[in-house]
Design a protein. Structure first.
Ligand SMILES: Cc1cc2nc3c(=O)[nH]c(=O)nc-3n(C[C@H](O)[C@H](O)[C@H](O)COP(=O)(O)OP(=O)(O)OC[C@H]3O[C@@H](n4cnc5c(N)ncnc54)[C@H](O)[C@@H]3O)c2cc1C
Length: 463
């Protein structure tokens, strides 16, 4: 039976939103209660609301604030840290229906968008105007811009262009009490006041709900050209990757896949066209136009060979490269298919510590007796060790949890972070104090207190 407070909350939500925008059907709530991580929600939600306007988002937050009900902002639920998971009695606030691209301006070089725009739709829309939005998480075909901003998503092109944060010029956000604010004017330069835009980026829905974003754009790059190189050892591949980053020919994409991942991908999609049998693979892409791109490809091939590559495929054809990238994007699903369950880590370390990281990951895999396939954004020092396990086997579940905890500790020990791009969510909260320390964590919780004094926004996440 619904409690009196819950009835009052639902009545207020129904008064504020169109009827179809408030959902209480348990099956529909269940389907929207967990993101792409293996972390289950901590409780059942009260309702799912799907506003279409900033005013509706504001009304939802005013209602929740008045009743002291938690609100969980949600995008496409492709997150990998439990950040958008339901918490007990929560209103799930999906911004996925806010899909308007409001402005693309070639002179100001901005796009103004609602948060529910799918990342790839934005990339395609600005490309049609000769412009470029570089952030491209591997999930860009499903993730939303709001989710990307709230997680400060990275992706394949960060090695050259940076992460989502580097392209967010200004935000319209709704605060916990329903107040709507703009964080900055959206100009290229703006240094008045503190950087509220930067604070909201990466805050995982704990400080405010993003309702509009002004995103910086670049002129369109040249065509993708590149090299797919295979190596007889991961150490050789890492040496080659670091030599490439240190050279004057900075790639736009520099991805690593180890042998466990290559085998998983070959089993998952035998037609993927990735090399089979190598110990490691590097995918190195340039998007420089004209002769510069051709010179880059020649340099990448030469550097790979100097560092012991056993196979070097110079892929000048963008279609072939895009096919390799599509295969690379299936990495998480392929690793999950190995044993039915997976924990996707997201550690980042200084690039000079990558050899230590890979060596110690192999030790952890052997010690816990589970496959750990590692790949990802080697050019950023940000790799995704994925632990494969059988969720029906309690011993494997325990071993996977042990591996998870050891990998997080290892990242911090090597001078890195437990999360380079996926976020803390609920999954890595326990590791936060080990990385930040008590004092810094207290400062961050103090900032949350200022913006959300009653703690209704995404409680139990991030901090
Ligand atoms: C196959 C696959 C590949 C991936 N590859 C990458 C990758 O390369 N790089 C990367 O960074 N991530 C990657 N991810 C993770 C994920 O796609 C990103 O974290 C993405 O940014 C989440 O977007 P979303 O719309 O799905 O957000 P959700 O998962 O719905 O939410 C993520 C977080 O954002 C908050 N949030 C969502 N919308 C709003 C809003 N409007 N206002 C405030 N807070 C909000 C939620 O509360 C939650 O904390 C991958 C995931 C998958 C499944």
């Amino acid at each position: 039976m619904t409690a009196p407070t819950e009835n009052a909350v639902l009545a207020d939500l129904r008064a504020a939103l169109p009827a179809e925008a408030v959902v209480t059907d348990p099956a529909a709530l269940g389907a929207r209660s967990q993101d792409g991580s293996a972390t289950p929600p901590t409780g059942a939600a009260l309702a799912l609301v799907q506003p279409a306007t900033t005013a509706e988002v504001s009304a939802v937050l005013r209602t929740a604030h008045a009743h002291g009900v938690p609100v969980v902002p949600q995008g496409a639920l492709s997150g990998l840290a439990g950040g958008a998971n339901a918490v007990p009695g929560a209103v799930l606030l999906s911004t996925a229906r806010m899909t308007e691209i409001r402005r693309i301006d070639p002179v100001d070089q901005v796009a103004v968008v609602q948060p529910g725009v799918i990342t790839r739709d934005l990339v395609d829309a600005v490309a049609a105007r000769g412009l470029f939005y570089p952030p491209d998480p591997a999930s860009y075909g499903i993730s939303t811009i709001g989710g990307n901003i709230a997680t400060n998503a990275g992706g394949m092109r960060c090695v050259k262009y940076g992460v989502t944060r580097d392209f967010v010029r200004a935000l319209e956000v709704v605060l916990a009490d329903g107040t709507v604010i703009r964080t900055a004017p959206g100009t290229v330069k703006a240094v008045a006041g503190l950087d509220l835009t930067g604070l909201v980026v990466g805050s995982e829905g704990t400080l405010a709900v993003v309702t509009e974003a002004t995103l910086g754009l670049l002129p369109a790059p040249g065509p993708d050209r590149g090299v797919c190189a295979t190596f007889g050892s991961v150490a050789d591949a890492l040496d080659a990757a670091n030599a490439l980053v240190a050279s004057a020919h900075r790639p736009s994409t520099l991805e690593l896949l180890d042998d466990v991942v290559l085998a998983a991908l070959a089993a998952y999609d035998p037609d993927a066209g990735l090399p089979v049998g190598a110990r490691a693979m590097l995918l190195v892409i340039t998007d420089e136009p004209g002769d510069r791109g051709a010179q880059d490809v020649a340099t990448y091939a030469a550097v790979a060979r100097e560092h012991g590559a056993v196979g070097v495929d110079e892929a000048h054809d963008p279609e072939r490269l895009h096919a390799l990238m599509r295969a690379r994007r299936a990495f998480n699903q392929a690793m999950r298919a190995v044993r039915g369950g997976s924990i996707n880590e997201d550690v980042a370390v200084p690039r000079t510590r990558l050899p230590d990281l890979l060596e110690r990951l192999a030790d952890i895999s052997a010690q816990v007796g589970l496959p750990i396939g590692t790949g990802g954004h080697v050019g950023d020092g940000n790799l995704h060790p994925v632990i494969a396990f059988d969720p029906a086997d309690p011993a494997q579940v325990t071993a996977a949890a042990e591996a998870h905890s050891r990998i997080l500790g290892l990242a911090v020990e090597l001078g890195g972070t437990v999360t380079g791009e996926h976020g803390i969510g609920t999954e890595k909260r326990g590791a936060l104090v080990g990385e930040l320390g008590e004092r810094v964590l207290a400062i961050q919780r103090g900032i949350k207190q200022v913006l959300d004094p009653t703690g209704v926004l995404n409680p139990g996440k991030k901090l």
